[in-house]
Write a protein that binds this ligand. Sequence first.
Ligand code: NAP
Length: 206
Amino acid sequence: MRKKTTLGIMGGTFNPIHHGHLVAAEVIRDEFGLDRVLFVPSGKPPHKYDNEIALPEHRWMMTVLATDSNAYFSASSVEIKRKGQSYTRDTIIELKKSCGETTKCYFITGADAIAEISTWHKTEDLSRLATFMAVSRPGYKLTIDKIDPRFRNCTHLIEIPALAISSTDIRKRLREGKTIKYLVPEVVEKYIYKNHLYQAKTTKAA
Ligand code: NAP
């Protein structure tokens, strides 16, 4: 019998994408034998009104650049192109339609986000659509009993040491004029500086 296609869906704001995200996706791809991993930057992230979020076009371009060097990785613009909020349920349904209804999906994202899964859009559909991979940084404590009972059988908690890197810290470093070398792929670093993303606005001298 033919093995089912397995697809990792790496969901996040990616503001900006960094090496922690890439390591997490690669470790899970390898450990769970996934055929490929699609990185899906959120268009309009639900529950977010952060004026520090770079334009979707920039987050998309950085995701494309960062994933280019891994043959198992690619980027999807489904959420960037979709109007309205970026609901995970709609994304998984849309990706299953294009990849084949029998594709087994693994939705990978931050443990903080998965901890709130009971508040997500149409939660009742989600647990039958995918397996959830809640990745956390060292020191973050999430135990399965904190997860909505409907998701306990379809959620894996995985600590990723490389997630000591965080987008929040990278944005702070940029505002303060500090280096971000080795925290993000070099192509992403160049893109950030070229497009003046996240940096403090310089005022012209009088
Ligand atoms: P977030 O608040 O930006 O991030 C929450 C935490 O998770 C942060 O510490 C973040 O670290 C980390 N994180 C985010 N994405 C990650 C990833 N792919 N791998 C590893 N760590 C990750 O979360 P968000 O981006 O808004 O939401 C995460 C995903 O859940 C998105 O795909 C979003 O669309 C989905 N979501 C769906 C619903 C819904 O359907 N209603 C509601 C909420 C979230 P960094 O800042 O370093 O990335």
